[in-house]
Write a protein of this length. Structure first.
Length: 119
């Protein structure tokens, strides 16, 4: 959850930085098309990180409730809550993996721009 939260904070900083770059169009060194491509990617990534964090927190809550149910000898409720824990954690991990794949696409965009600038 800490890693996902860190990615959330980094993406928010990236969006602010891109917004500042767009406001200073006279000082801008990148073509507008690259800037807009960069802006589309963090929006998608931000959404996936947000939902990944939500499902990770939800899985933590279900895990606590499952432990409490087990201690209270409500074993059937405990089993159902543990299944919900595993389901939420699986969704969180899948969303996180997808966000990582989008992150590599964003880096590829920067690398392509650097290569283009060097020619």
């Amino acid at each position: 959850m800490v890693a996902v939260n860190f990615r959330y904070a980094v993406l928010a900083g990236l969006i602010r930085q891109i917004h500042q770059m767009e406001k200073h169009t006279g000082e801008q060194t990148r073509p507008p098309t690259i800037l807009y491509q960069e802006m589309r990617m963090p929006e998608t990534r931000f959404t996936f990180v947000k939902f990944s964090l939500f499902f990770a927190c939800l899985s933590f809550l279900f895990n606590l409730l499952a432990k409490g149910s087990h201690i209270s000898s409500a074993y059937s409720m405990s089993a159902l809550l543990f299944i919900a824990t595993l389901a939420c954690l699986s969704v969180a991990i899948l969303l996180f993996l997808y966000e990582i794949s989008r992150w590599t696409e964003a880096l590829s965009l920067h690398i392509a721009h650097i290569r283009q600038s060097g020619r």
